[in-house]
Design a protein around this ligand. Structure first.
Ligand code: NAP
Length: 312
């Protein structure tokens, strides 16, 4: 099968760490161009203007958008208007409504659009989901605590409205939760801890209602030094599981289910690009906004608590 030509726009940390290696390793894809206001990628045609790239390269059928969420909508709209298929980094946009609008535009234009959730593709998420099937949930506790200085150095957009603050990683946890739970949950309470010099939270707590009364809660914190936690601990009527390292490792009833050592996260982006190739070839749309709805709810219902300024 012919490789699909893709243009990658927003050449920052995630484009370099994950997208470029996943695209170049896949026979499904050819990295035909990049678009960045500042960066270039060796050996790949570079553009600094997205509209000019769309005009110059009508043969590139797919664009993959890796810039932060606030500027992403204008790029996605331009791509759809130019008849291109669109792959969106998470979160798929800055607001729920703009994501609905993009989906409607893509359907009207007859192009594919994919709101990716890379953590859903972590190595042990599917195994955890399969194990949970048919069991009665008693509790689910998310602990997502990382050092923002280590993982997001210099990313000032994360502290500006629409950048999500600690929900930038936190939404990854919610993408796993909404993937593995059979029943829908909804937010009942939230606290948002916002540094006095920032527009977005540095930490948050969330509590959810579950249709069978299970206790579901989450704690996100960007201020964690030392050990880092990306864990989801679940108890059911038939045993318990812990997904850790963002879904890369799994323990069921205290027994590790993960045998492979090494970089357990490395399959995430190859799986996202494999799914995008299938969507483009089959003419599909995948725009699941469930994780974003929970974040929007936390911002709607959340109690704001001002905390000390954040200095990088
Ligand atoms: P980043 O390195 O700060 O930024 C990505 C690129 O976006 C920048 O290099 C910049 O490229 C472009 N950009 C920034 N502001 C822009 C604007 N106003 N208009 C147009 N382009 C702009 O961020 P990142 O970590 O790669 O994250 C980008 C997205 O990927 C976020 O939605 C994030 O949630 C997601 N993500 C990140 C990670 C991670 O580990 N970092 C993991 C998974 C997903 P130019 O200035 O060169 O144009």
């Amino acid at each position: 099968m012919m490789a699909l030509k893709v243009a990658l726009a927003g050449i920052g940390k995630i484009a370099r760490d994950q997208h470029i290696p996943a695209i170049t390793a896949s026979p499904d894809w050819e990295l035909a161009a990049t678009v960045s206001r500042h960066a270039t990628v060796d050996g790949v045609e570079s553009h600094d203007d997205f509209g000019a790239m769309l005009e110059a390269r009508p043969d590139i059928g797919v664009v993959s958008l890796c810039m932060p969420p606030v500027p992403r909508f204008d790029y996605a709209r331009a791509a759809i208007a130019a008849g291109r298929h669109v792959m969106l980094e998470k979160p798929p946009g800055a607001t729920v409504s703009e994501c609905h609008a993009l989906e409607a535009m893509a359907r009207a234009a007859g192009v594919s659009i994919y709101a990716t959730w890379h953590s859903r593709e972590a190595a042990m998420v599917a195994t955890a989901k399969a194990w949970l099937e048919g069991k009665r949930l008693e509790s689910l506790i998310v602990t997502w605590k990382e050092d923002v200085r280590k993982w997001h150095p210099g990313q000032t957009w994360i502290w500006q409205a629409g950048g999500l603050g600690v929900f930038d990683p936190g939404i990854n946890a919610l993408s796993i939760v909404t993937e593995i739970l059979a029943d829908p949950i909804h937010l009942t309470a939230s606290e948002l801890f916002i540094p006095e010099n920032c527009e977005t939270p540095i930490a948050a707590t969330l509590a959810f209602a579950h249709p069978h009364g299970a206790q579901v809660s989450a704690e996100f914190d960007f201020r964690k030094e030392g050990d880092q936690f990306w864990n989801i601990a679940i108890r059911t009527d038939q045993g318990s599981l812990v997904l850790s390292e963002g879904g890369a490792t799994l323990e069921i009833d205290g027994v590790s289910q993960t045998d492979a050592a090494g970089d357990a996260l490395k399959g995430e982006y190859p799986r996202l690009y494999a799914r995008m190739a299938n969507l483009v070839r089959a003419g599909g749309v995948d725009m699941d906004l469930a994780p974003m709805a929970h974040v929007a709810d936390a911002f709607l219902l959340g109690k704001r608590i001002t905390v000390e300024p954040f200095v990088e």
